[in-house]
Ligand binder design. Sequence first.
Ligand code: ATP
Ligand code: MG
Length: 255
Amino acid sequence: MDGREKGGAAAVAFEHVSKRFGDANAVDDVNLAIAEGMFVTIIGSSGCGKTTLLKMVNALVMPDEGEVLVHGRATSNADPIGLRRNIGYAIQGSVLFPHLTVEQNIAYVPTLLNSGDEDRTEAAVKKWMDIIGLPRDIMDRYPAELSGGQAQRVGIARALAASPDILLADEPFSAVDAITRASLQDEIKRIHEQTGITVLFVTHDIDEALDLGDRVLVMEAGRAVQFAPPEEILRAPATEFVNRLVSRKQSVYAR
Ligand SMILES: Nc1ncnc2c1ncn2[C@@H]1O[C@H](COP(=O)(O)OP(=O)(O)OP(=O)(O)O)[C@@H](O)[C@H]1O
Ligand SMILES: [Mg+2]
């Protein structure tokens, strides 16, 4: 450990983190510690800073102020390539490599590429396609030949195939139907339980946020207004916005 490592056992910590774009505060003085193995769901209105917050974990965006610590080490002090090797990122809108097939997209991770063992790579790709519920017959297709929901699931399989210890998922289930979504929610829970991976999961769906999260982070205009277990979010909403978010849920969950 060098002198900059701190933050104890937190997988990810934000210490007075702010990020501005022009005059706008995308992220405004956020302080959080996310313990190893925690499943954090992040919810808030469009433009409140959720994607920006995620991108600061894998150094795609650097804070203007404060520090983001990953396993105790400041991102400003880490090699971004090495950092990203252990962080899976399922991007909002699922951006796949357009010139690579589904199989090549999922296999496009250092651990798989470095092994140089094609049979092993193919087996791993098939394993993740099965887990995520993708039909085998799309393996040789290109992203332009997939439905939006299929492309999104390929993005999740690609993010997980590297066996990262942190998963950043930005509205990963927004383009799939309700039934597929329910089964993907079960899968991500199972993967989380089995692997102990730390998950930061952005969603616009309060049911999904409350159901999946060990902790729910509610953001409002760049600020982290509440970071608490689902029961506490329901029982004691910290702001009027959180109150509105959960007001129709309280009666349901109280049953
Ligand atoms: N590269 C950028 N340049 C300028 N402004 C940006 C940039 N990225 C984000 N912003 C602005 O920062 C704010 C936060 O954006 P962000 O993408 O983090 O929001 P979000 O919570 O993910 O929204 P959504 O729910 O719509 O995905 C917005 O006002 C957005 O317009
Ligand atoms: Mg976003």
